[in-house]
Design a protein around this ligand. Sequence first.
Ligand SMILES: *Cc1c(COP(=O)(O)O)cnc(C)c1O
Length: 379
Amino acid sequence: MNNAKIEFNRPYMTGKEFEYITQAKLNNALSGDGPFTKRCHHWIEENTGCKKALLTHSCTAALEMAALLLDICPGDEVIMPSYTFVSTANAFVLRGGVPVFVDIRPDTQNLDENLIEDAITPKTRAIVVVHYAGVACEMDRIMEIARTHNLKVVEDAAQGLMATYKGKALGSIGDFGAYSFHETKNVISGEGGALLLNDSATVLRAETIREKGTDRSQFFRGEVDKYTWQEVGSSFLPGELVAAFLLAQLEEAHAITDHRLAIWDRYHAAFEHLESKGRLRRPCIPESCQHNAHMYYILLAPEIDRQGVIAQLKQHSIHSVFHYVPLHNSPAGKRYGKVHGTLAVTDSNSECLLRLPLWVGLSEAQQEVIVDVLTSAIS
Ligand SMILES: *Cc1c(COP(=O)(O)O)cnc(C)c1O
């Protein structure tokens, strides 16, 4: 048995990161919005079709900007899944908003579009969707509900770079989209993110909020002759070194995605027979979605002890992890959020979901070991 450790995630380097960082230094432009930031903005706009992309220092920051742009006020309700990362909710709670947790679909772990309408009240302002594992939510239906009820849509597309819904890039469909370039995502800059604006009318205000609430971006373009404090904002922009690193990664995004998809497909084929025996369920990719292989997860049959499976994998030096503790069960989620209806699918799927190693460089031999150990652990 191969005893070399198989990490859950290993950050991938394209090889150009440090060349670009050196260039950024030679440009003598280290603060935000220099040439590398502009090239990243351009890359995202070209590859997603959004009206404007703005780099941020995290997806968390991009979501916080979206909450500011939506003028979320104390008591405003925001519909979202409970099965998500804390930042989805925190961004709105920071403005006094109330997350209203709605259950997920049993097949994609995404917000169940058929449960949204019933959760809408006169206080509802927005729907925040999370494209889990880079697989899109049912966006046509969700956008239709939002337009009917005059609500805004924010896409938490932290995991969604290079994935599409009916040919449209995730993050480019709602009013706002948020990407993450955290080290655990497909394309990385250590910490990093971007806000996608899909309505040009919001661009100037977003630039202001991102630059400490000032019109400094307009000042640098020569559109105003001095810059002043215009409204509430913060510093949401990354420095050029981060943007230089990120550009090297974005330029390889297609190759990175192809590589990850090949690994994902191998897992998927290898687990087919365990699914037909009822030992696990594999991820479901609806026909309208092209995913990006952000994650390979399985849903273990309820009678299987997940902690035991994780321990057995660990004995073979394989690091596997479960995922979110649903927000409605967390101390802050109970304090700040509201539950709509039953969250039965969220509760049951979150208890049996297991994520397997998936990173560029994971070899076929390593993958075979993972499949073998897992198969014997749950057969
Ligand atoms: C990773 C992630 C985030 C947070 O991203 P950061 O860039 O670390 O702020 C938010 N939402 C979801 C769904 C994520 O997966």
